[in-house]
Design a binder for this molecule. Structure first.
Ligand SMILES: Cc1cc2nc3c(=O)[nH]c(=O)nc-3n(C[C@H](O)[C@H](O)[C@H](O)COP(=O)(O)O)c2cc1C
Length: 183
């Protein structure tokens, strides 16, 4: 029987780095964690929900909050299940939404309903990352106790070089393990 403290709810958002989330799921499973995935509609354009469903063996919540066959309140079920909630990759858009308490899709609604520790791993173009609006949103989340991981620097998918890459997966795993210990 999986305990709540070993359950990760992973939110995947519409960054080109979304393809890395499939490998992240595998690495989390190698830690013995039970992973449930939720995605924004944009994320589902980069990686199919079926990939995550097959990897996790759980239904994948996508887009708007909806009553589905397996769950009437997907966002409440997911937030109640989470030992730790991880948003990776997190777009500038979702970062802004969760900083302001918006909840217009299953990812943001689940974060708003979270009682578990929340970890955010941003990924975006450097200009988006350095924008004062994004930096203010990061600070808001940190002030509220959300762990916002640093972005990495290097070649970005758009061809630019700079800060904004998703941090290495091992950093996300290490931060999640630490949050679980505290949990
Ligand atoms: C090819 C492509 C790659 C993108 N990559 C990123 C990204 O890495 N980070 C980001 O914040 N936005 C990125 N965007 C923009 C987001 O997809 C866009 O803001 C979208 O509305 C985000 O939706 P979501 O935040 O609900 O997932 C990208 C857009 C395109 C077309």
């Amino acid at each position: 029987m999986t305990t709540k403290t070993k359950t990760i709810v992973l939110g995947v958002t519409g960054s080109i780095a979304a393809y890395k989330a499939a490998e992240l799921v595998r690495r989390m499973q190698q830690q013995g964690w039970d992973v449930w995935v939720m995605m924004t509609e944009a994320a589902a354009k980069y990686v199919g929900p079926l990939t995550f469903q097959a990897l996790t063996k759980h239904p994948v919540a996508v887009g708007r909050c909806e009553a589905v066959e397996t769950s009437t309140y997907q966002h409440l079920d997911l937030s109640g299940r989470a030992g730790v909630m991880v948003i990776a990759p997190c777009t500038a858009n979702v970062l802004a939404k969760i900083a302001h308490g918006l909840a217009d899709d299953v990812v943001t609604a689940t974060v708003l309903a979270a009682t578990a520790p929340v970890i955010v791993a941003p990924a975006m173009n450097e200009r988006m990352w350095l924008n004062p609006a994004t930096q203010a949103n990061v600070q808001t989340l940190k002030d509220r106790g959300v762990l916002v991981l640093d972005v990495a620097a290097g070649e970005l998918a758009c061809g630019d070089v700079g800060a904004g890459r998703l941090t290495e997966l091992e950093n996300i795993i290490a931060a999640t393990a630490k949050a679980m210990e505290k949990g």
